[in-house]
Structures are given as C-alpha cells and as structure tokens.
Write a protein that binds this ligand. Sequence first.
Ligand code: ZN
Ligand code: ZN
Length: 274
Amino acid sequence: MCERGEIVTTARLRRSGVSGQALRQMVDAGTIHRARRGVYTTPATCPAIRAVAAHGGRVGCLTAARHLGLWTLSPPGAPHVWMCDGQRRYHDTGCGCVEHWDDGPRGDAGATPSVPRILCQIFRCVGVEEFFVVLESALRQRMITEEGLRWLRKRSNAVMREALTLARDDADSGLESLLRWRLRRHGLRVRTQRSIASVGVVDALIGDRLLVETDGVEGHNSAPHRHKDLVRDAHAALWGYMTLRFDYAMVVHDWELVEAAILGALRTLGGARP
Ligand SMILES: [Zn+2]
Ligand SMILES: [Zn+2]
C-alpha cells in the first residue's frame, strides 16, 4: 500500500471538524496542497495520485492497483483516472492521463475502486496478461474475495474466464504469473515456489527436471548473490535438474527466445512432459 496516496476533499475535512478558516491556514502553511477546487493532497502524496487529484475523477486501473500494493507488469507511466458518473476533467485535453469511463458507484475523490473493478479496468485497458498478473497478486495477498471473483466472472468473456480459471494464489512475482500464462498452451506441468532438496525454493519447476528462475530487477548482479545462484545451479545439476534463468526484459520483451529455450531444454531432458 502506497502511504503517499492521500487525496482529501473539503467535504471530508469538514466532516472531521476542519473549518473553512483552518483549511485556508493549512493551505497557506503548506500542510496540504490544493489540487483543484474542493480537492487537496498532502505534501507527501505521490506524483501519480497528485496528477489524478488535479485531473478530476478518481484513481483507477493500473494506478489504483499499484497504489494498493498489487504488482503490475508495466512500469509506472501515465496516471489512469476513473471518470465515473461523468465527472469533469480539470486538466486540458491531451494531458496524457488515461481516462476510464465505466459506470460505478459514486465516491469520494480519494476513494480507490474495489479490487474487482480495478481488475476489470485493467483487462479492458491493458489486456489479459496484465489482468492475470494483477489477479494473481490480489489472490496472493488475499485482496480479492470469492464474492469479488464471482462479480468478475459475471462480467467476463472467454479470455477473462480462462485467466480466472488458471489463476492461483501462490505466485511470488508478476514474472512467474506471466511465465505460467504464456506457457499455458503447451500443456506443461508448471509448479511454482517448489522446494527442491539441496537447491532450495525455486521459482518454477517445469515437468520434473527443469528449473526456471525469473530474476527481478534488483538483486542478482551482486557478487554474493551471483555466487549463491551458481552454487544453487551446481546442486541442481548434481541432482539431475537443468536450470534456466531469465530476467524481466527477457520474459516480457523476448518471449520467443524464452519459450524456445524452455521447450528446447525439455526436449533435451526428454520425457519431461506430463
Ligand atoms: Zn487503464
Ligand atoms: Zn490529466
């Protein structure tokens, strides 16, 4: 959860007993910033949320998902704004914010849409792969209920239903989710976060003998970390496993190579298909 996401409205401030005069004093003192009429942010508010507050509407889609601490594949970019109930845009046209116009319950400027609604917005705006990644993150972090999943199923098409059926609650990163999603057509047995004797917990075990590690952005370049990885790979080989390592750029942008490497390794290992 981003702690820097607070949007406050005059109405909310009034409800908590802040008078008009006190509000003016807070603005003068820089305790809060005026984003537009009746809507304020705090000095700590993160840039994406500040942009949404100034644009008009509420935080939505990828911006809302990131704000709640759900992992996403796409790096932070333009703010996604939910303009439910025909809310007004206060930015000039062409400001770069991505607007969402789906109907939904009216709420405070600072209110985040429900997780199922955020997922629905992501599916329509960014596509099924990002949807799948955020869905698995929500399942992992217990941020979506059975009722929320039913709500999504009611609004799903065939592709979304496939994602809902495949989704699990044990993925440890967006890369793992994407790996499973993109491999789904090959009928492989992909098990994530498996503990392998003398190796440790691996990101994915494909078939019975292929270990796939998906290295995130941070970490694996430092000498101690690299040494640890090499020791793991040696232990894995000793016990008859093959290890393939892919980073974010490969899984996301060079999938053809990743897929070919996995299928090639499985052929080499022989009989690894279920
Ligand atoms: Zn969007
Ligand atoms: Zn804007």
